[in-house]
Design a protein around this ligand. Structure first.
Ligand code: SF4
Ligand code: SF4
Length: 416
């Protein structure tokens, strides 16, 4: 594992950190056994920092991390977590949330405590409520060690936040598609120049740059003499920046962990060649031409009071364009509820605007959902759902009763 130094305290942090936002799940909850196995494996291979936050996994991420960091594992890793800035209404709220987080994490001290998702408005509010005083008091009491912030704001807001305090660290979204998005390269270099160590989230843009990628992008990667997966290329690009301290990757599969560990072990700053950098430019062009909605799937916009599954609506829509595969049928089955039993389609949106305030990518969600609805649902979608259910459900019921009758017959045969 490669380690990079935190400017303000000299701590050596692994270039790869464990992101506890997308842990493996089973029946909608953290698959504790699997997640623990994976996290222990990563720590045993040299990962020495875990990033979590109050809302991750519906509030279960912090408790889970606290639960598993036993048997000497707490001493092997630093914990980074974040104050839920949007829920703070008064000074005492900050104290209360920190107490809860210490308890959930089963620790006396949080190594890196960040103010979560600062925006211009939330930063102003927190400053008025005395956030700096609170953070320094918590530091004096030994409840937190290092102070930082995370932000999805644009460059101007980011620089303003950087200049407002002697932060130890910050956390930004950064990947080869986001060079000019949010803080971007300029923000990264700016924070670094001020002695702030920069941590990175979304290095794969919510998985979009890895896994199934457009054929044209894959062809470009495959032209290279060095065989690398799209995820390897994406992570490598981030770690190539000397200003980056650590990349958090939300890993939920053993193969991903192994691959990320390999990359983090071998990429030194400025090691990509000119030819390789040109390859990234060509891949970026492919994505830019195919991607319609810049959603990372972070889920901050959820839950929607009308039940719309916003990230999945955008995912089906992007998929249709990126892979030139019609998604209407699967969309009807999954988000129309024909197969899933749960209606969560774009057309349910009543444009209340609640989600827009929560989206770090500043997407005009209701408007975009309108487009998704138009293209994936078309006219008479409710009717299609009704028809779909009237055909599929009886077939499904028939299948279940046939299967159970068959298995009963089978058991009778076996027992006779
Ligand atoms: S604007 Fe639409 S999608 Fe967003 S929260 Fe309101 S109903 Fe849900
Ligand atoms: S719409 Fe925005 S908040 Fe919702 S998942 Fe996408 S990027 Fe995240």
């Amino acid at each position: 594992m490669q380690y990079r130094k935190i400017e303000k305290n000299g701590e050596e942090i692994s270039a790869l950190g464990y992101g506890a936002m997308r842990l493996p799940t089973k029946n909608g909850r953290i698959d504790k056994e699997e997640a623990k196995k994976q996290i222990y494996y990563a720590i045993d291979q040299g990962v020495n920092i875990i990033d979590t936050a109050f809302p991750y996994h519906g509030g279960a991420s912090e408790s889970f991390i606290g639960e598993i960091l036993t048997d000497g594992y707490r001493e092997k890793v630093k914990i980074m977590t974040k104050m839920p800035s949007w829920s703070v209404k008064k000074y005492e709220d900050m104290e209360r949330y920190l107490e809860i987080q210490l308890e959930k994490l089963q620790t006396d001290c949080i190594d890196y405590y960040l103010v979560h998702t600062l925006t211009k408005k939330s930063f102003q509010k927190l400053k008025e409520l005395g956030v700096f005083q609170f953070l320094e008091d918590a530091q004096d009491k030994g409840q937190i060690k290092n102070i930082g912030f995370s932000s999805h704001g644009n460059l101007e807001i980011f620089k303003e936040i950087v200049d407002s305090y002697q932060w130890d660290v910050c956390l930004i979204q950064y990947n080869y598609m986001d060079e000019k998005n949010q803080a971007g390269t300029e923000g990264l270099e700016y924070a670094y120049s001020k002695g702030i160590s920069v941590f990175i989230m979304e290095p794969l843009k919510g998985g979009l740059l890895a896994g199934q990628v457009p054929d044209k992008a894959l062809e470009i990667w495959e032209e290279s003499e060095t065989e690398r997966s799209p995820a390897d290329w994406a992570l490598r690009w981030v770690l190539n920046h000397p200003e980056v301290t650590c990349v958090f990757s939300g890993m939920n599969h053993e193969d991903q962990i192994k691959e990320n560990l390999k990359v983090a072990g071998e990429v030194s700053p400025n090691s990509l060649t000119e030819e390789e950098l040109r390859r990234y430019d060509r891949v970026k062009e492919v994505y830019r031409n195919l991607m319609k909605i810049d959603c990372t799937g972070c889920g901050y916009c959820m839950p929607c009071p009308r039940g719309v599954d916003i990230p999945r609506c955008f995912n089906y829509y992007n998929h249709q364009y990126m892979f030139d595969e019609s998604q209407s049928f699967i969309y009807l089955g999954q988000l129309g509820g024909v197969l899933s039993g749960q209606e969560a389609y774009a057309g349910l949106c009543t444009e209340c605007g609640k989600c827009v305030r929560a989206c770090p990518q500043k997407l005009e969600i209701p408007e975009l959902l309108g487009t998704v609805s138009q293209e994936l649902e078309g006219r008479g979608f409710k009717y299609k759902i009704k028809i779909g259910k009237s055909i599929i459900l009886p077939l499904f019921d028939g299948f279940i009763s046939f299967s159970s009758r068959f298995s009963r017959t089978d058991k009778t045969r076996k027992s006779s």
